[in-house]
Design a protein around this ligand. Sequence first.
Ligand SMILES: C[S@@+](CC[C@H](N)C(=O)[O-])C[C@H]1O[C@@H](n2cnc3c(N)ncnc32)[C@H](O)[C@@H]1O
Length: 291
Amino acid sequence: MATATKSRNKKRMLKYTAASADRHELYQLSVQNVESEIDFVDETYKKLRGKQASLLREDFCGTAATSCEWVSRRSTNRAIGVDLDAETLEWGRTHNLRKLEGDAAERVTLLQRDVRDPGPEGMGADIVLAMNFSYWIFQTRDELRAYFRTVLESLDDDGMFMCDFYGGSEAMSEQEEYRKVNRHFTYIWDQHKYNPITGEMDCKIHFKFPDGSEMRNAFEYTWRLWTLPEIRELLAEAGFEDVTVYWEGTDPDDEEEGNGEFEPTLVGDADPAFICYIVSQKKAKAAPASA
Ligand SMILES: C[S@@+](CC[C@H](N)C(=O)[O-])C[C@H]1O[C@@H](n2cnc3c(N)ncnc32)[C@H](O)[C@@H]1O
């Protein structure tokens, strides 16, 4: 018995080598936290509108993990995922949509399209999301403003656009950051090249395994490293009536760490590395008093 268990464990460990691991699975485990993301999105819309959102569009959806989390929260929720990459969308269908319970998978529509042209099915959303800084692929102010404008036009009148933002002095350093995700693998965030003249940066994700093997360049991005004031200005120029930054509070037991609670503010700390959310309302409305 002991031997059988041992060999089963060995097999499970063997799954996590550079040759056999699945890069999308590793990405989801190391980069995404769709539960806390959707907690924030759902609660913020409810607070600002005094009602629940139902139609969410996930731009740059990749494997649509966030869309799947959204439809699993309420039977009235629907999600539209938009991504250019057919292989990634197919992975999401096979691995994420298939695992959903009841009719939830039928409430997810995946569109292989450019986010700047989501088509008729991508219109009328309560919330449009662009997470993990994916909108940084747009390198100029004109390109980014034009994308924000198409988002604005595709929203319901009560709608809002939510995206995240990464900044701080470390964001412009060429450096590799190692994080052990679990006993099976280590995630490496590689800020590979940064050009301070154009703001262009090349970032890569690698994974390292207990057997010493490495999956190099599992994901590669060429982004513009934007600043938060630039993004706020471009969202306002695109026509959003209210653009608000939600900043993370500090862990009471460790002032170097965040507490996972994001609150609206105009004053942030000069953290060397921070992540915040930006919530942009199509029409500015005061939050209902009872929310
Ligand atoms: C960093 S991944 C984001 C995955 C996931 N949404 C997340 O939050 O981690 C970026 C995704 O954007 C997609 N993408 C890049 N440019 C795009 C465009 N113009 N329109 C639609 N999708 C695009 C890529 O195919 C890729 O799957």
